[in-house]
Design a protein around this ligand. Structure first.
Ligand code: C2E
Ligand code: MG
Ligand code: MG
Length: 596
């Protein structure tokens, strides 16, 4: 029998019978006569024992015992099919059940029967028909003794939580279950720095009282954590054990997200940092928490405990009151990223993405010739997030394909209304990631977006980065041709930052090169940048492509670009990216101004 106690009952639990700590225990009765089990159950309920399991088919007895893990079993010996002796024998041979107290029901049986039952491991006898007062006394004594035994064998005598052995065994069982359900669990090791000094100052008795108080607070924290997770407070969800002198282990399972372990660690740190009152003294402890995850950080219980310990040392080195994961990759930052990725998945359904448009102008005439659609995320907590915060995350998962599809559809729909708003035929440029380009869905998506929005293909431009071109596969080239055959233009974004094998440009149906902002920032001071921009401009002209400068922030930069013969520009000098309505207003205002 797994005797480790749920976190409640490790501290006495909510006893239902006065002075009877076994009242919440499960009592099972194996008897083929339903009337007898019913009567027994009634007697027990009257005495306050409410968790009763009846088994009328002895062939199912073992399976039910394993399932319900009763604190004691009452077993009839005379049953059809399988006798009580056989059940007893099998239970004693079963690793999980061999220590479960089994009280044998005997009706006017002779000494041989009793002797045989004793030999097979019966704990007690109860004569049939059952007398209510004898029944209750037997049950109470058996449960009390069982509890006492369990405590001695499984619990740490100082704190009342599982001892290291029990904790390790529970951990091992939990790992098996996690493997079966393909889930994760977290092991937190909580270490109390400088506890030795505390023990020396306080003396052993007070130190033990402190440890007990710490264990109690840990149980409260765990309960709070499990409660706030919405999970039922059940013994399967959390366990506390004392792993060493001043070390506690906390088991959390199943774990939906490593973030939950980090949250629990933070709670442990803040709650244990509140002072303890022991024998009238106010005492502070310095906790550190190490976290190891199963299965990623170890497949054996022992190695997981060792790794949680290592993580704990790492946390302690990192300064007071900190926690650390065993895995380097699982830094707090990476957890934030993980959370953000999950949230982004939901953001799509919750309509949290927005498009802003940055005008693109002709350097020579100052006319607005188009706009670049730039995605933002209106995050419910963090506010408006720039694409740099989430596009790279989306690119690491397949989310970018869905985000990209949303951007394309929205840009087409909004831009289709621009001409009605009086903006004339200006192009909207949409950024498309490599993964989207290689998804095999882009072409169909484009056709669909154009058809549904009614946007003329000539009003759409796709911006791709050089990384798409580098793969230089036939598929890429074919797709580029197909897109241009639709009438949609292609632009190469951030030109000059990737591998610029100029030879491929000749072969590709590209209409525009965008000079990356990094070459524009220092244009006025860097002769090299001037030379680069001049080269790109010449290249573009010779291949019949327009050259766009990105990130133009000043009039001087614009003048320099004009001198260099650059065709178009965009940048904060004219306008940052604006929400659709504001963008439309901005263009209309510019149209009616003398420079527009
Ligand atoms: P990008 O395509 O090169 O876009 C230009 C970026 O430069 C934009 O940043 C824009 O706001 C910023 N910018 C424009 N003018 C200036 C300026 O004068 N000074 C400065 N300092 N910055 C300027 P944003 O909106 O943060 O976008 C960053 C990148 O995120 C984009 O670079 C693009 O690679 C990516 N991105 C944006 N929207 C999407 C999208 O819908 N899909 C994909 N796949 N990527 C996107
Ligand atoms: Mg772009
Ligand atoms: Mg760019």
């Amino acid at each position: 029998m797994n005797a480790a106690l749920p976190i409640d009952s490790a501290f006495g639990g909510d006893a239902e019978v006065d002075n009877d700590p076994g009242a919440s225990a499960v009592i099972m009765m194996v008897d083929d006569e339903p009337l007898i089990t019913e009567v027994t159950q009634t007697y027990l309920e009257e005495a306050g024992y409410r968790h009763f399991v009846a088994c009328h088919d002895p062939r199912e007895a073992l399976a039910l015992m394993r399932l319900h893990r009763p604190a004691m079993v009452m077993l009839d010996l005379m049953m059809p099919q399988v006798s009580g002796f056989e059940v007893l024998e099998q239970a004693r041979a079963d690793e999980q059940l061999k220590y479960t107290p089994i009280v044998v029901l005997t009706s006017a049986s002779g000494p041989e029967t009793k002797l045989r039952a004793l030999e097979l491991g019966a704990t007690e006898f109860l004569s049939k028909p059952v007398d209510p007062s004898e029944l209750v006394l037997r049950v109470r004594n058996t449960l009390a003794f069982k509890l006492y035994q369990d405590r001695l064998a499984n619990l740490d005598t100082v704190t009342g939580v599982s001892n290291r052995q029990t904790f390790t065994r529970d951990l091992r069982e939990a790992m098996v279950r996690c493997t079966e359900h393909d889930s994760q669990l977290a092991l937190l090791q909580v270490d109390l720095e400088q506890f030795r000094q505390t023990r020396e100052t306080l003396g052993p008795q007070a130190a033990d009282a402190l440890l007990k108080a710490i264990a109690r607070r840990l149980a409260q924290i765990l309960r709070m954590h499990l409660g706030s997770n919405g999970a039922p407070l059940h013994m399967a969800d959390g366990r506390i054990g004392r792993l060493g002198n001043q070390e506690f282990g906390v088991l959390l399972k199943p774990l939906s997200n490593p973030k939950s372990a980090a949250t629990l660690a933070e709670r442990v740190l803040s709650e244990l940092s509140r002072p303890f009152i022991v024998q009238g003294h106010q005492i502070f402890v310095t906790p550190a928490v190490g976290i190891a995850l199963f299965p990623s950080d170890g497949l054996e219980a022992e190695s997981l405990i060792r790794n949680a310990d290592l993580a704990c040392s790492k946390a302690a080195q990192g300064g007071r009151q900190s926690y650390a994961f065993f895995s380097e990759e699982l830094t707090v930052r990476s957890l934030e990223r993980l959370t953000l990725t999950n949230e982004l998945r939901r953001a799509l359904g919750n309509d949290e993405l927005r498009l802003h448009y940055q005008p693109k102008l002709c350097v020579k005439t100052g006319r607005i010739i188009g706009a670049e659609a730039l995605v933002r995320w209106q995050h419910p907590e963090h506010g408006l997030l720039p694409p740099g915060r989430f596009i790279p995350l989306a690119e690491e998962s397949d989310l970018i394909v869905d985000v990209g599809a949303w951007v394309l559809a929205t840009a087409c729909r909004e831009a289709a209304r621009w001409s009605h708003a009086g903006l004339g035929s200006i192009k909207v440029a949409v950024n498309v990631s490599k993964a989207q380009f290689e998804s095999g869905k882009l072409y169909e998506l484009l056709r669909l977006c154009l058809a549904e929005s009614g946007l003329p293909p000539s009003s759409l431009m796709i911006e791709i980065t050089e990384s798409v071109l580098v793969s230089d596969s036939e598929g890429t080239r074919d797709l580029m041709s197909l897109i241009t055959e639709l009438g949609v233009a292609l632009s190469i974004d951030d030109f000059g930052t990737g591998y610029s094998s100029l030879s491929y440009l000749k072969r590709l149906p590209v209409g525009e090169l965008k000079v990356d902002r990094s070459f524009i920032v220092d244009l006025l001071h860097s002769r090299e940048d001037v030379a680069i921009v001049r080269t790109v401009v010449a290249l573009g002209q010779s291949l019949g492509m327009a050259v766009v400068a990105e990130g133009v922030e000043s009039e001087d930069q614009l003048d320099a670009l004009r001198d260099l013969g650059c065709d178009h520009y965009q940048g904060f000098y004219f306008s940052k990216a604006l929400p659709n309505e504001q963008f439309v207003q901005r263009v209309l205002r510019h149209r009616s101004s003398p420079t527009g």
